[in-house]
Every structure is written in C-alpha cells, then in structure tokens.
Design a protein around this ligand. Structure first.
Ligand code: AOF
Ligand code: ZN
Length: 430
C-alpha cells in the first residue's frame, strides 16, 4: 500500500478514537474513524456506547458534504451486513468518499472481506493493513473473542521490591501508590469482567468496582472462583451484588476428582499448581447479549462431574457436604449472587463459557494461585507488572511471575513510572 506519514498520523487518530469506548461496546468492537479532506480532519466517529451506531456513519454525519472526495480512515473493515444498523460500506459509498484506509480486516464471517469488496466494486480505492499491529491491539478483546472463542485475558500484579504480592494473613496491604491504583480503576472500567480466586476474596475482602469520579457506572462483572461456595455473605462482594453483578464459580458436587485433574503446564519454569479454580462446561448455545449492549452474567450450567462412586467418597459423607453446598448456594443466590457450576482447573472451559455470555475481556487480579493457573494454561494475553518501592519481608506471598520469567512469546511493550511505582507491560500478538 502507498501509505504516507500523514496516513499513519490519521490512522493513529482513528485508533485513539476507537480506544475511547473500550469496554463499553461489547460484544461489538469499539472502532474509530476519521474523515480527511485536503489534509484536515472533517469528521470523527467512535462506535457508540452499547455498540451502535457504528463509527463510520457518525464520522460521515459530521463531515456532511465535505466527505465528497475525502479519505476515510477506519480501524476495522467497514461492515457489509444488514445487522442492527445498515452496512457502513453502503454509507461510505453513498457519501462519495474516494479512498478508504483500513487497519484491520474483520474476522466476523458476516463481513470478512465483503466490506472491502463492496467498496472496491463501487470504484473506491481501498488500502488495508495500515498500523495493523496497533490496530489489532486496540481491537484485542473483540478479535480474541471472535477468533479464539474466549475473552482477552489481562493479568495485573502489584509486586513489592522483594518480589511479593502480599503477606499471609494480612488481607489488603498497599504495595503501589495512588497513581497506580487509579490506573487499575481505569483498566477495570475498560474491561468486561474481573476475576479473583476465593483465597483473595476472603483474605482481602475486595469490592472490585470502579470508584473513580465519572466512571462509577462502569464496574465490570465480578467473578470469584470458589469451588466450595465459601464466599462470606458479609463480604463486600456479596453485599454489593445487587448493584454490580457477582458470579461465583463453584463445583457441583463433592468429589476428589477435581484435586487430581490439573491441566498440563505450558510454562516450564513454573510447576503445576493447585489453583483455586473450577471451570464451567462450555455452553452449547450462545445467548444474544447484544440486545442489552452489555455482557450478561453467565447462567447456571451444570457440568458433567464424576459421580461419587467413581471417586470413592462414602455416600453419607458426600451427601452431608452436598447439602451444605446446596444451602450455601441458596444463601448466595438470595443475596443476588449468581452461582454457576463447573469443572475444576480448566480455564479452557471457563473462558469459552464466559465468551458465550458476551464477555470479551477479563482482568485477572489475584491471587497467586489463580494467576499461575491462567499463566500455566497459556491463556494470559497481557501482563501488567506494577512494582512498588516497599519491602514485604517475612511472611510474604511470592509473585507468581517475575520480569525474568515472562514467557518468550510476550513482547516487552515498555517500562514507565507511575507515581513512585514502575509498570512493565508485556503483550502477546493478537
Ligand atoms: C463497523 N463499524 O463501528 C463497528 C463494526 O450487531 P451489529 O449489526 O452492530 O454488527 C456487529 C458487527 O459489526 C461486529 O461483529 C463487527 O463485525 C462490526 N462492527 N463495524 O463497520 C463499527 N463496531
Ligand atoms: Zn458498520
């Protein structure tokens, strides 16, 4: 393609616009579009909150007559299908633009290549692949859900100078300062769901909501991996479950099979660990989550747990435990928590189940076991390693991953200061 430095600059602006509604358009991607006439931007658009209208008609509306003979820069191939809105390719053709520059082609099978073909058939010059790597990163959640049938997984860790993420028995302790914490709140606001293990939920009693001014309404769905349904009814998570959804991922029945059923490690340096996770059996059908424009909580799914006889637990004992589990489930549900049942230690089943409910991005926030489980299974796409200046010392909980053992297929995006802390970012190709 014949991209000029100006082309790159305009696409950069389209990518910036797309990022403005990250996490607010799911399951639609947040696309950015600029219309440029005689070297000047005459129209701007971002996919609207909720997913519609798409970016292009908004940018074209702002440009009006000036779109005639202009160039449109768009981060994703314009759509060609009659979905909930008419095709953006038709809108571009009708506007009279003479050139369309695209960063990423759309994997949605209703579109893929057809949007480009419609534009070319109408005599418009089309160029693709400009700033593709950045474009793909900006659409990472959408592309991952579309092509891998799972959410894009971000692992965030706050590590002390001596490589610890907390101290045993002390709940939440400050490792990073206010600037880093504000960044994490922003990240939560851009993510569809946030996940912790029951160990962290009990020890830290976190709320996992977005509390910065102006973003309070953008808290992600909160998910707790909790095989035995131990989440206290008095926890902040349960007490706020009617305001911001909480999903507890438990296991269906008492059995010992889940203790033995570990997925193989893909990280040679980290030994297989007992995580805190159970996982869902993937749902065969998908629900139309687009009507609400927001990810829906996953509904209860009953997995194929091994029967008690198979794992040799005495029936009476197992019955008593199952009765307890059942009453805990009812109590959680009465508080507004959704309880789902699943298989142990298998994010390869949990993640597609979340994707099928419209969750395109997932922030894993703790603790060490949960982080290891996702890392070992190879499902982490991005790692944010915040490093604070303080020491934890004795009783410290070691970080599940250090700068020196980041898997080699991650690219080190960079290091930057955030207040008194530093942040190292690593990402995989999308
Ligand atoms: C564009 N521009 O801004 C976005 C696009 O359910 P619908 O009708 O909104 O269609 C969803 C699909 O539209 C989605 O899977 C993706 O292919 C495309 N998203 N396309 O031209 C946009 N957000
Ligand atoms: Zn469209």
């Amino acid at each position: 393609m014949s991209a000029s430095p100006d082309d790159a600059q305009f696409m950069q602006e389209a990518i910036r616009l797309g990022l403005l509604h990250l996490g607010q358009t799911s399951t639609n991607p947040s696309v950015g579009c600029v219309i440029v006439r005689d070297g000047k931007i005459v129209g701007r658009g971002t996919t609207a909150v909720g997913g519609r209208p798409h970016a292009e008609p908004q940018a074209l509306a702002e440009a009006g007559e000036l779109a005639h003979g202009a160039t449109a820069y768009v981060t994703l191939e314009p759509c060609s299908h009659h979905g909930k809105t008419p095709p953006c390719a038709d809108a571009l053709i009708a506007s009279g633009v003479s050139r369309v520059v695209i960063s990423v082609t759309d994997p949605d099978e209703r579109v893929s290549g057809r949007g480009i073909a419609m534009l070319r058939d109408a005599g418009i010059t089309v160029e693709t692949g400009l700033l593709e790597e950045e474009g793909r990163q900006s659409l990472a959640a959408y592309l991952t859900r579309q092509t891998k049938n799972r959410p894009y997984v971000i692992l965030k860790l706050a590590v002390s100078e001596d490589g610890m993420i907390g101290r045993v028995g002390e709940g939440q302790i400050a490792i990073t300062g206010p600037a880093a914490r504000a960044e994490v709140q922003q990240l939560r606001a851009e993510t569809d769901a946030i996940l912790v293990g029951i160990g962290t939920a009990v020890a830290d009693d976190p709320e996992l909501t977005v509390r910065i001014q102006g973003l309070e309404g953008r808290s992600p769905v909160r998910i707790v991996l909790d095989p035995l349904l131990e989440l206290p009814l008095t926890s902040k998570l349960v007490r706020t479950a009617r305001q911001v959804p909480v999903i507890v991922v438990g296991r269906e029945e008492v059995s010992e099979a889940w203790e033995q059923d570990l997925p193989p490690s893909v990280l040679p340096d980290i030994s297989p660990t007992r995580g805190e996770i159970d996982s869902l059996s993937a749902s065969p059908e998908t629900i139309d989550v687009e009507a609400s424009g927001h990810p829906q909580p996953i509904s209860p799914l009953v997995g194929e747990m091994p029967g008690r006889a198979e794992v040799g637990i005495p029936t009476a004992e197992a019955d008593a435990s199952n009765n307890q589990l059942d009453s805990r489930r009812k109590a959680l549900e009465a508080s507004g928590v959704e309880v789902v049942y699943c298989h142990p230690y298998h994010p390869e089943q949990l993640l597609p189940a979340l994707a099928s409910r419209g969750i395109s991005s997932l922030l894993v926030e703790g603790g060490a076991k949960t982080a290891r489980l996702f890392l070992e299974a190879g499902y982490v796409d991005r790692i944010l390693l915040y490093q604070g200046p303080g020491m934890i010392g004795e009783g410290g909980i070691e970080t599940p991953i250090r700068k020196t053992d980041i898997p080699s297929d991650f690219k080190h995006v960079g290091t930057r200061r955030v207040g008194d802390d530093s942040l190292d970012e690593y990402e995989r190709e999308v």
